[in-house]
Design a protein around this ligand. Sequence first.
Ligand code: SAM
Length: 248
Amino acid sequence: MTTDAEAGRESSDRDTSSPGDSVGVDATDRSEPDGAYEAHLERSRRKWDRWSDWYGMSERDFEPMREDAIDRLEIEPGDRVLDVGCGPGVNLALLREAVGPTGGVVAVDYSPEMVAKARERVDEHGWENVEVVRADATRVAFDEPFDAAIASLSLSVMPDVRRAVENVHRLLVPGAPLVVFDVRPFPSGPARVLNPLVWRFLRWCANWNPDDDVLEALRATFPECEVFETYTAGTTYTALCRAAEPPS
Ligand SMILES: C[S@@+](CC[C@H](N)C(=O)[O-])C[C@H]1O[C@@H](n2cnc3c(N)ncnc32)[C@H](O)[C@@H]1O
């Protein structure tokens, strides 16, 4: 039997039976959510539950960016990797390949339907060391830290990007990399005049969060953070950040 973790809402209700249980989920609620936060999260759940049947259609579009992003993590066999806002598990094959049979992948998503799709993928491939957890990535906690993390097209749709980024930082071993592949409005040039339309579109299709800036949150949290690639006039980018090392 599988129980979905309503991490963040009810800290005691957690996923207990996915493959890779040794990962040890401790969905402790560290934050004090307000009404706006909960409303955004609930809109997200509805939106991404609805998209889950169609998401596969766009999976291929971003494949080269995903491959490039995951390459930058320089994952070693045996590593433990976190996929933040995993959707239907589009990164899982590449991550599983990188960690090999001795490593582990934990994927987190808030949408139950996305989680179901990701788990189907895991089951189809028989990946015993890949676990999909239903949780709010902003508040989920784990017993063991991660050697690397990826957040692709996910942070910018979360209700409080800064707190989500801070939580991912907390979940990493010191010095571990986080790669973020995400979208934003036109950052410069005359096309900026279109940004109000871009905001509306992203908000409609993805419940995108117009109030927070992912890169700003990353730079405020991670001591190292560099955008190493941009696409489509800068509206899509990949950034590599590195978690703080303990003071020597
Ligand atoms: C655009 S999809 C990205 C999916 C996948 N990472 C990819 O690269 O295509 C955004 C995903 O973020 C998830 N998400 C949104 N808010 C979340 C939250 N607070 N915690 C965990 N997942 C969240 C959504 O459910 C959705 O599956």
